[in-house]
Design a protein around this ligand. Structure first.
Ligand SMILES: Nc1ncnc2c1ncn2[C@@H]1O[C@H](COP(=O)(O)OP(=O)(O)OP(=O)(O)O)[C@@H](O)[C@H]1O
Length: 297
């Protein structure tokens, strides 16, 4: 039994209307919650503000939305001491964090909430903000720019993948210098650098075998120009090709707890699908910082 729960829903996420879904879900959850409040967001930023305000007052926050709405929740909760359990009712376009939590189906998420199945996950700070799934520069920001413009509405959750493939046609290399807290330095040219905490980007599980949400590690992937074609093939097939992690001329991997990254030119950073920052950037893992609902398979 939960004492106080807040369900925040974002009608702007994903494609469909949420009314029917709420009609179905609320009666299932309500018997297990003493005081249950529903809040509809009116604009970007509302979820973060609500999580700051209510983090210490409730024991469960449910997010009905996609990765962007979850991103706001994570940033709200990391700013203050109250750390209630977070459950995601995935109604976004990609729902990538939900996939790593085995909650990409709403029914699985509801079952896990009712069963009280939770897991503590790492959260990563990115300069003065936080992310739960990924942060990236290079190709990935080109991909999300295209989604904003047109693709997302017409292609739904495949929009991310399709537009990633499109932007892979002409990758623009940049120079980077990465320094870890243990003194390791890497530098060179790349077309994309990903800082991964979760396994999925744009619904594709690129890193299922090498990453878990609570391994205390930030996984840095430096994709060289030669790796762009490989990545494109993976997105075309929309499946994991295990071989792609074994070619250092295409892709370098580095496990870190903390690192800083300088690029030339200065680049936009995409963080959980939201563009909010530019390089240079410092990342730091906050081990098992938040508790999420997790469906046990
Ligand atoms: N009422 C609202 N009107 C407009 N935008 C909103 C509103 N509430 C939240 N937002 C913003 O909507 C954006 C999109 O939401 P979200 O990312 O959750 O869905 P999505 O993009 O469909 O899913 P995903 O990120 O999983 O692909 C977020 O940046 C969020 O801040």
């Amino acid at each position: 039994m939960y004492t106080k729960a807040l369900l925040i829903y974002n009608q702007a996420a994903g494609q469909g209307e949420l009314e029917d879904l709420l009609k179905d879900i609320v009666p299932k959850l309500a018997p297990s919650i003493k005081e249950f409040t529903l809040y509809q967001t009116e604009k970007a930023g509302d979820t973060e503000a609500l999580c700051v305000e209510n983090g210490s007052k409730v024991d469960l926050i449910l997010i009905m939305g996609g990765d962007g709405t979850v991103h706001e929740c994570v940033n709200g909760l990391m700013q203050q001491a109250g750390r209630p359990i977070v459950g995601i009712l995935p109604t976004g376009t990609c729902n990538d964090l939900s996939r790593s939590l085995n909650c990409s189906k709403i029914d699985d998420a509801v079952d896990a909430i009712l069963a009280g199945n939770t897991t503590d996950i790492d959260i990563v700070s990115q300069n003065d903000r936080y992310f739960s799934n990924f942060s990236g520069i290079g190709l990935i920001t080109e991909a999300s720019k295209e989604i904003e413009e047109s693709t997302k509405e017409s292609f739904g959750k495949l929009g991310y993948i399709i537009s990633a493939i499109r932007s892979l046609k002409e990758p623009t290399p940049f120079s980077y210098e990465l320094t870890t807290n243990t003194g390791v330095k890497k530098s060179g040219e790349a077309v994309m650098i990903l800082a991964m905490n979760g396994q999925y980007i744009g619904t594709v599980g690129l890193f299922n075998d090498v990453i878990s949400l609570n391994d205390g590690i930030l996984h840095m992937f430096i994709v060289k120009e030669a790796g762009a074609t490989l990545l494109k093939n993976m997105y075309n097939q929309a499946r994991t090709d295990e071989g792609w992690l074994d070619h250092p001329e295409q892709l370098e991997m580095l496990d870190v707890e903390q690192c800083s990254l300088i690029t030339s030119p200065v680049l936009d950073i995409d963080s959980d699908g939201e563009k909010i920052d530019t390089t240079p950037v410092t990342y730091r893992v906050h081990e098992k910082a938040l508790t999420f609902i997790h469906h046990q398979q």
